[in-house]
Design a protein around this ligand. Structure first.
Ligand code: GDP
Length: 444
């Protein structure tokens, strides 16, 4: 996500720290580079220029120049201005206190609209709501079948009937009556028609759906990978339909970042969620502060902890803590932990959320932490249960057998066992400590 932007911004801002004493002149030069980085990220010219004007005004002030680390102050100002550019936003949608909340999803063909309907239904269900999907994209015949399949995958009801001669408004109305009949449904998500380009016929159809169905929320699925084009379509849809929110899709494939940075500024419509992968669980609430941190390569610890909380089971964690304290943490436990971490998402993305790690990955582009974990997993899987519980059993011949089984080298088995023993020792010590001592132990 945003690799190009992050490294260009880092270069521009670290240039400020390198140049010795900061003066108004070299601050202006550095910020010109920041503007260039924004333009290369596909931020439109006017927005990039006024952004830099706001930053410059604060950065050349007395307070910054007299600060102990003016370069850090400037990074802080850029961070805050990025937050202001993308926010503010109330994450999530508001729902009616009773009755059915209708969410109308619209967007261009291929933007990820249908997939996003499924992702949203899944997320709302997780939050305890009872969503239902309605397939009203009669434009792309495969979309109806696709939504049916997705509804099955996320286990929510779907209305996917479109007899000959029907139209989008009728399908939505029938969907809504079916939802009422089902009784427990509290949210209906309408997957409306898309086109390759904005045209009048499409807008008329969508306006009709909006007029007749009076949705509580109109949401635009916006393909981040198409940059300014996506922002321009968001603008056109907003003029016709008064959008309540944008869901930015395919952010995982967006190296530039222009749409994320400017859609709010151009349209006034906030980003509510971001799509970060094809799978149906890859939808996250949008937080401008966390996103600004990620863009500047500062990591995003808050999201990391939240992701971890979603995957870890509290009881299991307590049990693990006990086993660690008693020195019983085994290779089996280690393998289970790795599997849990892998469920949090692609390893490179996860590591980038840890402050400082992003830079390390940038300077070592060939390192793939995900494949390293897979190797370790393969090694442990090639051990017998007894070896996993008591790695001291692993002698020369066992090492060779494990290496053959996992397609690795015997020296890697020795290294893994050694690393594991060190780690288990540290864990045993830490498990018995309070938080303050743990932090101290980690620093030592
Ligand atoms: P629609 O025509 O707008 O309904 O688009 P689809 O929902 O069929 O999505 C088009 C393609 O984009 C599909 O291959 C999806 O899997 C993919 N897609 C949707 N959202 C994301 C996302 O957040 N990340 C990635 N990488 N792909 C996505």
């Amino acid at each position: 996500m945003f690799e190009g932007l992050t490294s260009n911004l880092k270069n521009a801002l670290s240039g400020l720290a390198r140049g010795g004493k900061l003066t108004e002149g070299n601050i202006r030069d550095g910020l010109r580079e920041v503007r260039q980085a924004l333009l290369e990220a596909d931020v439109n010219y006017d927005i990039a220029t006024s952004f830099i004007e706001r930053v410059t005004e604060q950065a050349v002030g007395e307070k910054v120049l007299k600060a102990v680390r003016p370069d850090e102050q400037i990074v802080g100002i850029v961070h805050q201005e990025l937050i202001n550019l993308m926010g503010p936003v109330e994450p999530g949608f508001s729902f009616k206190p009773s009755g059915i909340t209708v969410i109308m999803m619209c967007g261009l063909q291929g933007s990820g609209k249908t997939t996003t309907c499924g992702k949203l239904a899944r997320l709302l269900k997780e939050q305890g709501r009872e969503p239902m999907l309605v397939a009203a994209d009669l434009q792309r015949p495969a979309a109806i079948e696709q939504l049916k399949v997705i509804a099955g995958q996320v286990d929510v009801p779907v209305h996917a009937e479109s007899p000959e001669g029907t139209n989008a408004v009728k399908v939505c109305q029938n969907g809504l009556s079916q939802a009422k009949k089902l009784g427990n449904v509290d949210t209906v998500i309408l997957d409306t028609a898309g086109r390759l380009h904005i045209d009048q016929e499409l807008m008329q159809e969508l306006e009709q759906v909006e007029r007749k169905l009076q949705p509580d929320q109109v949401v635009f699925a916006c393909d981040a990978m198409t940059g300014q084009d996506a922002v321009n379509s968001a603008k056109a849809f907003n003029e016709a339909l008064e959008l309540d929110g944008v869901i930015l899709t395919k952010l995982d494939g967006d190296t530039r970042g222009g749409a994320a940075l400017t859609v709010k500024e151009v349209t006034g419509v906030p980003i509510k969620y971001i799509g970060v992968g094809e799978a149906l669980d890859r939808l996250e609430p949008f937080h401008p502060d966390r996103m600004a941190g990620r863009i500047l390569g500062m990591g995003d610890v808050v999201s990391l902890v939240e992701k971890a909380q979603q995957q870890f089971d509290e009881e299991e964690a307590a049990d693990l803590q006990n086993r660690m304290a008693q020195g019983k943490f085994s290779l089996n436990d280690f393998q289970k932990q790795m599997a849990t971490i892998r469920k949090m998402g692609p390893m490179r993305e996860i590591m980038k959320m840890i402050p400082g790690m992003g830079g390390l990955l940038d300077t070592n582009p060939d390192v793939d932490p995900g494949s390293e974990m897979k190797r370790i997993d393969a090694i442990i899987s090639s051990m017998t249960p007894a070896e996993r519980e008591s790695p001291e059993l692993i002698d020369h011949s066992r090492r060779r057998r494990i290496a053959m089984g996992s397609g690795t080298d015997p020296s890697e088995i020795s290294r893994l066992v050694k690393d594991f023993n060190n780690m288990a020792g540290v864990m045993q010590k830490m498990a018995g400590m309070g938080m303050r001592d743990k932090m101290k132990a980690m620093r030592e």
